[in-house]
Design a protein around this ligand. Sequence first.
Ligand code: FA5
Length: 347
Amino acid sequence: MKIIDQSLLNILATWQKELEQSTSDQELEALRIAYLGRSGRVNELMGRLKKLPLEEKRTFGPQVQQLQEIITQGLHTAQQKLREESQEKELSKKKNFDVTASNPSIFDKATGSLHPYTHLIERIEDIFTSMGFAYAQGPEVETEWYNFEALNIPADHPARDMQDTFWLTTPGLLLRTHTSSVQVHTMKTQQPPLAVFTPGRVFRHEATDATHDFMFMQCEGLLIDKNISLTHLCSLLKVFMRTLFEKNDLSIRLRPSYFPFVEPGLEVDISCIFCKNGCALCKKTQWIEMGGSGLVHPETLKACGIDPTLYSGCAWGIGIERLAMLLYGINDIRLFHSGKIEFLKQF
Ligand code: FA5
């Protein structure tokens, strides 16, 4: 049946215009609701149809039905076309995908940054090499001899309890508890004079908190030559710390302490870099603890094949995270291994 009723022809014309303007699934759905939905135009016409006299119903009814079919078919065709177009687009995108092309917007956002460790170790390396020290390293899985015995800490020595150890299942093997074991490797393989620094990872079976981790980094400095004394240790520490903190008036304080592989053993403090009269960071003492140091014990020199009557040496070991925390204002040591992007992005 052909549509001849003017009001229906008007609806059809408007529908066709609106259909041409609909370019997305959402717009087509809105059109379907507006025309075929419960309160849509077609249902309105059905309501009108019910009220018409029988004679008019006979001519108007089939025209309304025809209109409904045109709209249903039109919507179906438009949806089909849209689907085909989007499939074609996807296909051509895949065909033309250049795996070698770079996307500058992604690279801008995803630029990596150096870990604070890398920053600090590079700085430490610069200072040591400028003082004539060479880089040295040793294994992280260590033997009891290198980690303890050669350092004058025999098996029954109470000093073993100072560093809680991760023992491996193979007897005599452990994860090194300090970089002092690298002193032993160096002295066993090189004859004095020697000057080395040894940044590296160490492990202790300890509970963690904001300033303690079970895996952290240390850097050791070791100088062996004839007539090395505390004066050398003091001045090396002073130059090292002043350069690292870029503070020419920074002072060093050495306090008596005990490490079996040095004699005397000394705790190294630096004057607080944040205050002159005491603050929360230095716990009102004006001093900040940095690490251990001392003159290499004759027993250690002997164990490593160096004659203590000819040579003497000084050594010191500092915690790298504790340094980084001071330098970069980091308040929790556990952040270093947290893998948190927000933390790492700041460096
Ligand atoms: C030692 O490990 C000695 N080997 C240092 C040394 C070297 C002494 C040469 C004499 C001569 P100590 O256990 O104090 O000493 O550790 C040195 C530094 O490592 C500490 O001052 C601290 O900065 C850091 N450190 C120690 N334990 C932890 C921990 N659990 N988490 C983070 N840093 C730590």
